[in-house]
Design a protein around this ligand. Structure first.
Ligand code: SF4
Length: 321
């Protein structure tokens, strides 16, 4: 884990809001509003926040499935936002995406063998015999056997389908996998199996993960570092232990307080987040979290906090951290 595989600088993704019959935008949904992130080679960065905070948009913007409005996304030092379609093609193989809903990302009319073969064929990876061998190898890598090759997605359980989706992502030998809520739709016991599998694959294949989730308890297991996102901005980032033991942003503290504790004598107090996240069309002035913050003071609605470096890679955007 030495060099950065991915560096994101001041990334912005705005979606136009159309009003009435006029084609002109009357406003913008500021889904991602100036974020900086780095991911080291071989690590897992957890990106967490409530639904609608911009974390999935960030994942898609990194892969240019959504075109960002501004910023830099450096993959192994190359700014992928500056590349044209031809320049982007070889990098697409190195960065893959795993979705939350494996059923939606598999063609129901294609057997698993055909789905894997298709990826290899499109990327010109081997002749017919080599592709056949590789599809079996890919299934075995995710804990399935060649007996599954002729089966259709509906014949699999949710966990097995997610294994197939992981196999498909691995087919092109990626270096970075963006995992967007990959276990959220699965039962808790199956979640643990898929996370264990992802950890084993990471070790064996030296993969790097951006692991997007709304649930801090899920990222806790797999992440090396965690970044917390609120209303289009990163509000806190730190190594996993540091973030869980010493959260400094009131939003992170509230999210952590919602995780059930196994110790019945624990004195931890639940911090209730009042209300919903404000609209990203008109984010609150000052600190964006001030409308829901249990520690807000006058200054919070007037002045936007800068991101402070607390040492050891811990950053936080709060006036009182
Ligand atoms: Fe809360 Fe103020 Fe800190 Fe924002 S700056 S998180 S409102 S205390």
């Amino acid at each position: 884990m030495d060099s950065n595989i991915l560096e994101i600088k001041n990334l912005k993704v705005y979606f136009p809001v159309k009003g009435g019959l006029l084609p002109k935008a009357v406003g913008f949904v500021k889904a991602v509003d100036g974020i900086d992130l780095t991911i080291k080679r071989g690590e897992t960065l957890g990106l967490v926040g409530e639904s609608g905070c911009g974390k999935s948009t960030t994942g898609r913007a990194i892969l240019r499935l959504i075109e960002p409005n501004e910023g830099n996304v450096l993959f192994e030092g190359i700014d992928i936002l500056k590349l044209n379609k031809i320049g982007l093609k070889p990098l697409r193989k190195k960065m893959q995406l795993i979705f939350q809903d494996p059923y939606a990302s598999l063609n129901p009319r294609m057997t698993v063998g055909d789905a894997l073969n298709e990826v290899l064929y499109v990327h010109k990876l081997g002749n017919q015999n080599e592709r056949k061998k590789r599809t079996i190898e890919l299934l075995e890598m995710v804990g399935l056997t060649k007996g599954y090759l002729s089966r259709y997605p509906h014949e699999f359980s949710g966990g097995q389908r997610q294994r197939v989706v992981i196999a498909r992502a691995l087919a092109v030998n990626p270096k970075l996998i963006i995992c967007d809520e990959p276990v959220s739709a699965l039962d808790v016991s199956i979640q643990a199996q898929i996370i264990n599998l992802m950890e084993e694959l990471q070790k064996d294949l030296k993969l790097t993960y951006l692991f997007i989730a709304h649930d801090l308890s899920v990222v806790k297991h797999i992440s090396d570092r965690v970044a917390v996102m609120y209303l289009g901005r990163i509000v806190e980032a730190a190594g996993k232990e540091e973030l869980f033991d010493n959260p400094r942003h009131p939003y992170t503290q509230a999210l952590l307080s919602a995780i059930p504790v196994s110790n019945p004598d624990s004195k931890r107090q639940r911090i209730i987040l009042e209300g919903d996240m404000p609209s990203p069309v008109n984010p609150p002035g000052g600190c964006r979290f001030h409308t829901r913050c249990h520690r807000a003071k006058d200054i919070c609605s007037k002045s936007e906090p800068e991101t402070k470096m607390l040492g050891g890679g811990h950053t936080v955007a709060c006036h009182f951290a």
